[in-house]
Design a protein around this ligand. Structure first.
Ligand code: IPE
Ligand code: IPE
Ligand code: MG
Length: 254
């Protein structure tokens, strides 16, 4: 059964626990600055924080967790910060991959990883293969990811497969998007107080519930995660319909 349901083509099934949570982990630099520490110390603490959020998702029955780790625009940062982030990424993978596998977690990376060192690419692919059949949670890292890049690479792949596609539809493109293995996110969280999407999953966020918090990523703990889920639980997901339509009883009264 395909995992993807297009929220614009049909109404997805929804429950009180979001199936797919996508997070922009923002605020590491400010976390460090407020402690008179270098920005990179904030990134280190940010990586430490990931473990707790994975655990919280696993325990609450979230099926897909997607974290934005490095955007296609983050190359604009000072070279030493970029290289620190790369090293941190590899170090964390080396340290955590076996544990992810032990915990039955499927690991994936989305983004243009061709820009990474061959050693890193190989490590990512090996990690994905090792954990491919795990079923507890699908944990995706978005690295050198951009929503526009995603749509463009999908169009390019689609045209390479069928250059004379006569009747182009939404469904023709979606299998080529980098998260085609997952349902669209139910809940989007951005930490760090900014109210923007910063070129994250642009296509996939069409009907996602958005949650913004001032909490900086290194401080975003299980309690903070639960607050986001509670906020999600208060939303009425209408997907274009009216409120009255949602409240129609399943069995008509006679
Ligand atoms: C998010 O924290 C991490 C990455 C973008 C890699 P920031 O580094 O953006 O932290 P702030 O926004 O400067 O506080
Ligand atoms: C978004 O954070 C990207 C990641 C968290 C990886 P940024 O800190 O780069 O976003 P902007 O620049 O404030 O929009
Ligand atoms: Mg930031």
């Amino acid at each position: 059964m395909p995992q993807t349901t297009s929220s614009t083509r049909e109404i997805p099934e929804t429950g009180s626990i979001p199936r797919h949570v996508a997070i922009i982990m923002d605020g590491n630099g400010r976390w460090a600055k407020s402690r008179f520490m270098p920005r990179v110390a904030g990134h280190k603490q940010g990586v430490e924080n990931v473990r707790g959020v994975i655990k919280a998702c696993g325990e609450r029955g979230v099926e897909y967790l997607t974290l934005f780790a490095f955007s296609s625009e983050n190359w604009r940062r000072p070279a030493d910060e970029v290289s620190f982030l790369m090293q941190l990424f590899v170090g964390a993978l080396e340290q955590e991959l076996a544990k992810l596998h032990e915990n039955n977690i499927c690991f994936k990376v989305i983004g243009d990883i061709t820009k990474f060192e061959p050693k890193i690419i190989e490590f990512i692919r090996k990690g994905e293969q090792l954990t491919a059949n795990n079923t507890r949670l699908t944990f995706t890292i978005a690295a050198n990811y951009g929503g526009r890049w995603d749509v463009m690479q999908a169009i390019q792949k689609m045209l390479a497969q069928s250059p004379n596609l006569p009747d182009l539809k939404e469904d023709s493109l979606t299998p080529y998007l980098s998260m085609s293995y997952a349902p669209e996110p139910d809940l989007f969280i951005r930490t760090g107080g900014e109210y923007r999407v910063s070129n994250f999953l642009l296509w996939q966020l069409a009907y996602t519930e958005l949650y913004f918090t001032d909490t900086l990523w290194p401080d975003f703990d299980e309690k903070a995660f639960d607050l986001a889920v509670q906020s999600y639980q208060q939303r009425e997901r209408r997907f274009g319909r009216t409120s009255e339509q949602l409240n129609v009883p399943l069995i008509p009264e006679v």
